[in-house]
Design a protein around this ligand. Structure first.
Ligand SMILES: NC(=O)c1ccc[n+]([C@@H]2O[C@H](COP(=O)([O-])OP(=O)(O)OC[C@H]3O[C@@H](n4cnc5c(N)ncnc54)[C@H](O)[C@@H]3O)[C@@H](O)[C@H]2O)c1
Length: 436
C-alpha cells in the first residue's frame, strides 16, 4: 500500500487554548512537568500508546509517536485567551486540580503564559463575568482582533504551525439558524452583531481564516454549522468536535457496547454527578446544562440502536443529571444505575460509582487532539476528522451519517487511519491467514 505524504513536524507548534481554566492549566502544567521529567504522560495515546503493524506473528508494535511524525513535547508553545487576567500559575491555583508543590516547580514557565483578552458576551454564559474582555464595534471587528492575536502569537514565538482547542466554558444551547448556513450569511451576521453568533463561533471563524485547525472541547454549537464546514473546506483546514469524552460518558461508551454484545436488555440508565468546579457552576445554569445534556444523552441511542433491537432497548429510560456541589471541586463523583434484563426478561442491576478527576482525565485528551490535529494538517486532511471520534461525547460526522460512539470501534478507526497514513495494512481481525 502507498503511504500518504506527511510533511515533517519541523520547528515549533503553538497550541492556542480558548479559556485558561481547569482543563487548560492542567494540560499546560502537565506538559511542562513531563518535559522536566517530573511526571509521566499517563492517559495520552500519542505519548504512551502503541500500534500493531502487520501480522500478529511479525511482533511489530511500535509507539504511535514513533510511527507517525508528531510534534515533540519540547517543541510546543502554549498560549490562549481568558476573561480573567490571571496568568496560568494563578489560574491553576484557582482551579485547585494540581498540588502547589508541583506547580511551584514550574512556576516561572506557567507565569509566563498570560491570557490574551477574550471575546466574551454574558448572553451565552450566564454564570460568568470577567474583566479581560475585548471591545469592538461589532463581532467582525472582534474576529479581526482575534486574528491579529493569532498572527502576533505566531510571530512573537517563532512558530511554524498552530492549532486551537476550545477549552472555554459551555455556552447556552443554540440551534442552527439562517446566519449559520453559508460563509456569506455568517460574515454578514458578524458585521450585524447578530445574536445567533456566540463568542465561540467568533474564535472558530478567526482560527479557520488564519488557517489554524480547530477542535471544540465543549458541547456548544461552534464549528458544526454549514458556514464553518464550508470555511474549513475553503481554507483546507481540519476541524473536529465536540465535548471531550472524559468521565461518565467515557464509562458509558465502554459498558454499553458490552451489554449490547451479549444481547442483554436495558430498561433504564440513570446517571447523576456532583461536581464543584467552575465548569459545574456554569452548568448549573439550565441553558448551559441543556447543551451538555443533549451531548450526553445521544450516546446510548446510537450505541444500542433501539430501532434494530426494539425488544431490548425500545423502551429505555435514560436520564442524566449534573449537580453543582462546591465541596468536591474538580473531583467529580458520578453514579450510574443501570436496570438491565436477561434470559426471559429477568431483571438485574449494575451500579457504578466513579470518583474521578475531571481535568486529570481531560488533559491528555487536549494534548492528543492538538498533536493529531497538527498531524492532520500536515497530511492535508481537511473538514471533519471522524477518525478522532474516540475523544468526543458527540463526535461530528458528515450530514446524515450517525456517529460511532463505541469506544473500541473508535480506537480501531483511529489506529486504522494511522496505518493508512503510513501505507500499512488495515487490521480487519479476520485472522484466517494464520490457519491456512
Ligand atoms: N473536564 C472535563 O472532563 C470536561 C469534559 C468535557 C467537556 N469539558 C468542557 O471543557 C470546558 C472547560 O472545562 P474546565 O473544567 O476547564 O472549565 P473552567 O470553568 O475551569 O474553565 C473555562 C475557562 O474558560 C473561560 N472562558 C469562558 N468563556 C470564554 C471566552 N469566550 N473566551 C475566553 N475564555 C472564556 C472561563 O473564564 C474559564 O477560565 C468546559 O466547557 C467543559 O464543559 C470538560
Amino acid at each position: 500500500m502507498k503511504n500518504v505524504e506527511i510533511a515533517p513536524a519541523k520547528g515549533k507548534l503553538g497550541i492556542l487554548l480558548v479559556g485558561l481554566g481547569a482543563v487548560s492549566t492542567t494540560t499546560i502544567a502537565g506538559v511542562l512537568a513531563i518535559r522536566k521529567g517530573l511526571a509521566k504522560p499517563i492517559g495520552s495515546l500519542t505519548q504512551m500508546g502503541t500500534i500493531r503493524l502487520g501480522k500478529r506473528t511479525e511482533g511489530r508494535s511500535p509507539k504511535i509517536k514513533d510511527t507517525v511524525p508528531l510534534a515533540d513535547l519540547d517543541n510546543i508553545v502554549f498560549g490562549g485567551w481568558d476573561i480573567f487576567a490571571e496568568n496560568s500559575y494563578e489560574a491553576a491555583r484557582t482551579a485547585g486540580v494540581l498540588e502547589s508543590s508541583l506547580l511551584d516547580k514550574i512556576k516561572p514557565e506557567l507565569e509566563a503564559i498570560k491570557p490574551m483578552s477574550a471575546v466574551f458576551d454574558q448572553r451565552y454564559v450566564k454564570r460568568l463575568d470577567g474583566p479581560n474582555v475585548k471591545k469592538g464595534k461589532n463581532k467582525m471587528d472582534l474576529a479581526q482582533q482575534l486574528r491579529a492575536d493569532i498572527r502576533n502569537f505566531k510571530k512573537d514565538n517563532g512558530l511554524d504551525r498552530l492549532v486551537m482547542v476550545w477549552c472555554g466554558s459551555t455556552e447556552v444551547f443554540m440551534k442552527e439558524s439562517a446566519a449559520h448556513q453559508s460563509i456569506e450569511a455568517f460574515e454578514k451576521a458578524l458585521e450585524a452583531n447578530d445574536p445567533a453568533i456566540p463568542s465561540s463561533m467568533v474564535y472558530t471563524y478567526a482560527a479557520l481564516m488564519e488557517e489554524v485547525p480547530y477542535a471544540n472541547g465543549a458541547p456548544n454549537l461552534s464549528v458544526d454549522i454549514p458556514a464553518m464546514m464550508a470555511l474549513a473546506q475553503q481554507q483546507k483546514m481540519p476541524v473536529v468536535g465536540k465535548d471531550f469524552k472524559t468521565g461518565q460518558t467515557w464509562m458509558k461508551t465502554v459498558i454499553a457496547p458490552g451489554i449490547k454484545a451479549r444481547l442483554l436488555g436495558i430498561e433504564g440508565w440513570y446517571s447523576t454527578n456532583i461536581l464543584g468546579n467552575r465548569d459545574g457552576e456554569v452548568l448549573d445554569d439550565p441553558e448551559s446544562f441543556k447543551s451538555k445534556e443533549v451531548s450526553k444523552l445521544g450516546v446510548l441511542e446510537h450505541i444500542l440502536q433501539p430501532h434494530l433491537y426494539p425488544d431490548l432497548y425500545g423502551h429505555m429510560h435514560h436520564v442524566v443529571r449534573i449537580n453543582y456541589y462546591p465541596p468536591r471541586g474538580d473531583n467529580k463523583e458520578g453514579w450510574d444505575n443501570i436496570d438491565i434484563f436477561g434470559w426471559m426478561g429477568y431483571p438485574m442491576q449494575i451500579k457504578i460509582d466513579f470518583l474521578c478527576r475531571d481535568s486529570i482525565l481531560a488533559a491528555p485528551i487536549v494534548l492528543d487532539l492538538a498533536l493529531f490535529m497538527d498531524l492532520a494538517q500536515r497530511c492535508n486532511m481537511s473538514g471533519i476528522q471522524e477518525w478522532l471520534s474516540f475523544y468526543w461525547k458527540s463526535p461530528m460526522t458528515a450530514p446524515g451519517l450517525y456517529p460511532e460512539h463505541d469506544l473500541f470501534i473508535q480506537l480501531m478507526k483511529l489506529k486504522n487511519t494511522l496505518r493508512h497514513l503510513k501505507g500499512e495494512e488495515m487490521i480487519t481481525h479476520l485472522g484466517a491467514e494464520y490457519y491456512d
